[in-house]
Design a protein around this ligand. Sequence first.
Ligand code: AMP
Ligand code: MG
Length: 422
Amino acid sequence: MAENDTNKDYSCMDDYDPNSILPDEALRRIFDTISTITETESIPIRETLGRVLATNITSEINVPSGRNSAMDGYAINASDLPSEGTNTLKLIGSSFAGKPSDIKLKKGECVRIMTGAILPEGSDTVVMQEIVEVSGDHVSIGIDTKPGSNVREAGEDLAIGDLVLEKGMRLTPADIGLLASLGLAEVHVFRKLRVAFFSTGDELRSVGEVLDNGAIYDSNRYTLYGMLARLGVDIVDMGVVKDDRELMDKAFMEATGKSDVLITSGGVSVGEADYVKETLLKHGEVDFWKVAMKPGRPLTFGKLDSTYFFGLPGNPVSVMVTFYQFVQPALKKMVGERSTMPVMMKVPCISKLKKRPGRVEYQRGILEQDETGRMVVRKTGAQGSGILRSMADANCFIVLSLENNGVQPDDLVDVQLFHGVV
Ligand code: AMP
Ligand code: MG
């Protein structure tokens, strides 16, 4: 029985394997084992997209640097706003963005001002150009403007000393813009992880090879490549390794100690597992878990020298599910990222879902708006662990708990997005 869940009644769960551990427990054990890398590098901000910040960034300047106009119009002092009717002010000059004027505004005066231009001394309000009447150097203003309107205060976006970005954030386009607005040309990020992977199986052929009788094309290396590329790691593709003791041994030797992480797929079914196990145990400390999940039950995790090892199942959907549930959070933790788990939400499911109690299921779903505009999820077609199409059609997992006994249309379900919301 899973250690962290002793008060559950498993006797009525026909899909439950008492030798299995829960997905949460598997992830906890992985997190307990791995540590965050310490090496950082300083790189130009354009190259920081998707990289993880290694320091807090605090602002050393005010953004914007001075009080400026949010509109094209006329800068005035609020005391010249009429309480009724209109008030006519004398136009004494202009202020443009990047060309501040040294005018000092006196009672009854105004200055033509453009968006982004610094407010002249003595002004505190901007009246929009659309609501004034101009005649020569006289500007009539009405009652529609409130004191302080259309003004951006100095430091309104970022003030001196503000914590702008926190260590451990994965940088987005907006973050890069923030860094630029602080005038920073370079920032410190954690170095990239190096991740090696190979597929195992005599039946596998790489794209470009002839598909002889009984052979299939290797798809796992390509899905792994895609998922790893998205995470911005350095990728080492080691190809296909045959189901052969010596070749397997050689491949493990080659990867061990040279990458931060090694990922393999396949070779963990009964029959094959024995010599993979033998090879692995020769090279390091490795655990073989049965995880109470579907798809993706067998999972191997451990450390070979300085390299963390994930042995994923062979079925194409199982590879993706176990990658998203275990490998991706682990890689995020290793590279110093604070937020490691995918975005979850609860939404109504409009499909009927079959499910037996005893395993956590990751069914493939399409999260979308229905005709009334509310977010709902429906399942993709056939859910077999070999049906990669179910992943390609999906944009999320529908996560069904161990106890869940099926879903009726309109039941609320937990949905885990494949990608973030930003
Ligand atoms: P295994 O765990 O090696 O027995 O693989 C389980 C199933 O997944 C078998 O049907 C394999 O043919 C299939 N499989 C294993 N590796 C791959 C791969 N790289 N690409 C596509 N299918 C695979
Ligand atoms: Mg195999």
